[in-house]
Design a protein around this ligand. Sequence first.
Ligand code: AMP
Ligand code: MN
Ligand code: MN
Ligand code: MN
Length: 283
Amino acid sequence: MTILNADLHCHSVVSDGTLTPEDLAQRAKSLGVELWSLTDHDEIGGQHRAAAAARALSLPYLTGTEISVSFIHKTVHIVGLGFDADNPQLIEGLHNTRGGRDVRAREMADQLAAVGIGGAFEGALKYAGNPELISRTHFARFLVEAGVCKDTSEVFRKYLTEGKPGFVPHRWASLANAVRWIVEAGGMAIIAHPARYGFTANEEYALFTEFKAHGGQGVEVVTGSHSVADYDTYAGMAREFNLAASRGSDFHSPTESHTDLGQLPWLPGQLTPVWELLTHRIQ
Ligand code: AMP
Ligand code: MN
Ligand code: MN
Ligand code: MN
């Protein structure tokens, strides 16, 4: 069977989504997804649940995660697909990557308190299904609840981003390590939503070149956070760097996400879909 509707990027309560892995599997199936992956940030604790739920629905599944990486002066996300979810090196690497989030979150809350928004650490923590994964998304939900902003998009415009109150720079995993953990666990590393980073052309070239040199093999071309023009741009980059192409909604929540599971255009033609190189890893 030729797969078209693959959705290989979304989040559950195990990181910063609002649905359980089981509810996401059900939603993916009912929206016509033909191949699914749950890619929680820096955590693979939901993988066995997601795979079991997918199996019960006869929904083909690839293991997944989205690793936070510091590259030059920015945070880049690397999606891993089709790895062994019990690989000790990957589990340990992700555990260490999560390590700094608690201290960072307390500093974010201190900055917010300084501009008159109290109780943000406790408020955000209440939304974090997994306290180790406390993220800006959980702060955004608290700021909406507290009436500071009308929705989470407004929160990210006014707070939590570079130059705004509540932004605390953080050192994540290195690109080399993130790619290595994924590849050595039998999976494929993929640059997530490249249009989001705001790199210069030279910086982006460096990212793609170093990513390839470390063993990375794919790039997201069609994702919920790319425009139609971005699809073309990164289809071109996939060809130039001889990378396979991925497709994923980056769905987090029915009330917050613009793109629901599987509700995206097909990949542009003449690209190699990542799943064609991962058929042996599909469960
Ligand atoms: P963190 O890993 O704590 O830095 O949080 C990153 C998460 O914040 C991302 O995975 C998104 O879910 C969310 N996020 C970042 N920027 C935005 C934005 N502009 N609008 C909505 N959500 C965002
Ligand atoms: Mn997220
Ligand atoms: Mn991301
Ligand atoms: Mn994501």
